[in-house]
Design a protein around this ligand. Structure first.
Ligand SMILES: *Cc1c(COP(=O)(O)O)cnc(C)c1O
Length: 402
């Protein structure tokens, strides 16, 4: 565990293609032949390492990406999936059955929230949503039926930081499986090192980084991943959210530039957040001293990758926010779009309407206001130039004074 560096761990892997290619060959097959019937039987039973049976179960291309992402998170192995939700939902269904209970952060990705709130109660699984930054509230929500503690390292859209080490102590005390969605903070945070049991990513965001696909991964112990892929009882195997080999090969190629991209995203976001805060805008960024969890987060991150590319500002009203977003898009400063981790800045105004799970007074108390703008800061070459152009837009709309 000494000198753990997630990008170095990826770099230390070596693959060759079938003909000595510098990229591994893409496995373009759904099914695989066997020389002996006995080997086929053993593979079916899960007793044959290195043999492939059928690509919903595993394929060489997916195993390359599994290996790289497991190296990044420091887990024994991993299982890639067709989307982030395709990783989250089978993982939770594998861990919980009828009568079980989940304690989850209340500020999680909307799809995950909807799954916990609206979908799995049909299967007899209940969830209590808590303020994840209050460890006492988390502990108080645990019941004898609780099986899973679930959170995101950095939450959307308010950029609240979960104290992974503190939460892991609680999870261990009550024998819960601690699942962390690390989509907002790949490389910056290594949740397993801080005590998480399972780490999930939506590869759709930073890890793939080119907004051309959806994908996901569950990074965990070999025994948990084997249970997910079990032909008789595995939620991933049976629900079938399999990533296609062509896609996993392309995500793999993008993964190799992740460390360079994350550093640039973090550099650019810190620059803009610092300038906007100085200009008097209400700015939220975990890299700012004013962020309530700045000291905690500073201790959690692998420092060379920085505080990430996500920040928010508040311009007062939703109408003003929308005006600014349209103006910035017209000046080609970014795109008015959801999602994150793209080379170009993406921005949207989540408003109070997207977090309807939280009572409106609490939303306001948390800082979720109508004038909030969420930015996924891009890889802009000159962020100083971008700042000047954004500032000009804000002056034009009377958000900032000249
Ligand atoms: C986007 C996202 C997801 C869902 O991933 P998909 O690839 O869209 O299925 C889950 N968690 C977080 C934090 C996300 O941002």
């Amino acid at each position: 565990m000494k000198n753990f560096n997630p990008a170095d761990n990826i770099q230390d892997l070596q693959y060759f293609g079938e003909f000595g290619g510098v990229n591994p060959s893409i496995s373009d097959s759904s099914t695989y032949t066997f020389l002996s019937a006995k080997t086929m039987f053993d593979t079916f039973e899960g007793n044959m390492e290195g043999c492939y049976l059928y690509s919903r179960h595993s394929s060489p291309s997916n195993l390359y990406l599994d290996k790289a992402l497991a190296a990044m998170e420091g887990t024994e192995t991993a299982n890639v999936s067709a989307s982030g939700m395709g990783a989250i939902t089978p993982t939770l269904l594998q861990l919980c059955g009828s009568g079980d209970h989940i304690v989850s952060s209340r500020t999680i990705y909307g799809g995950t929230y909807a799954f916990l709130k609206n979908f799995i109660p049909r299967l007899g699984i209940k969830t209590t949503f808590v303020n994840i930054t209050k460890l006492t509230a988390v502990e108080a929500a645990i019941t004898p039926e609780t099986k899973v503690l679930y959170c995101e390292t950095v939450s959307n859209p308010l950029l609240e930081v979960a104290d992974i080490a503190g939460l892991s102590k609680i999870a261990k005390k009550y024998n819960l499986t601690f699942v962390v969605d690390n989509t907002f903070s790949p490389l910056s945070v290594s949740p397993i090192r801080l005590g998480a049991d399972i780490v999930i990513h939506s590869l759709t965001k930073y890890i793939n980084g080119s907004s051309d696909t959806v994908g996901g991964v569950t990074c965990a112990s070999r025994s948990f991943i084997d249970s997910l892929k079990n032909v008789n009882s595995g939620a991933s195997m049976l629900l079938g959210p399999t990533m296609d080999s062509l896609r996993s090969a392309s995500v793999m190629k993008n993964l190799h530039t992740l460390h360079i991209r994350i550093k640039q995203h973090s550099h650019n976001a810190l620059y803009l957040a610092t300038r906007f805060e100085k200009d008097g805008l209400k700015t939220v960024y975990p890299g700012l001293k004013s962020h309530p969890s700045h000291a905690l987060y500073k201790n959690m991150i692998n420092p060379e990758y920085g505080f990430g590319g996500m920040m928010t500002i508040d311009v007062g009203t939703l109408a003003k926010a929308n005006e600014l977003l349209e103006l910035m898009q017209s000046k080609n400063l970014g795109y008015l779009a959801v999602s994150l981790g793209f080379y170009k800045t993406l921005f949207s105004a989540p408003g109070t309407s997207t977090s309807s799970e939280i009572p409106i007074e609490e939303q306001l108390e948390m800082g979720l206001t109508d004038g909030l703008i969420r930015f996924s800061i891009g890889l802009d070459n000159s962020i100083e130039r971008t700042y000047e152009m954004m500032k000009t837009c804000m002056i034009e709309l009377g958000i900032l004074k000249k």
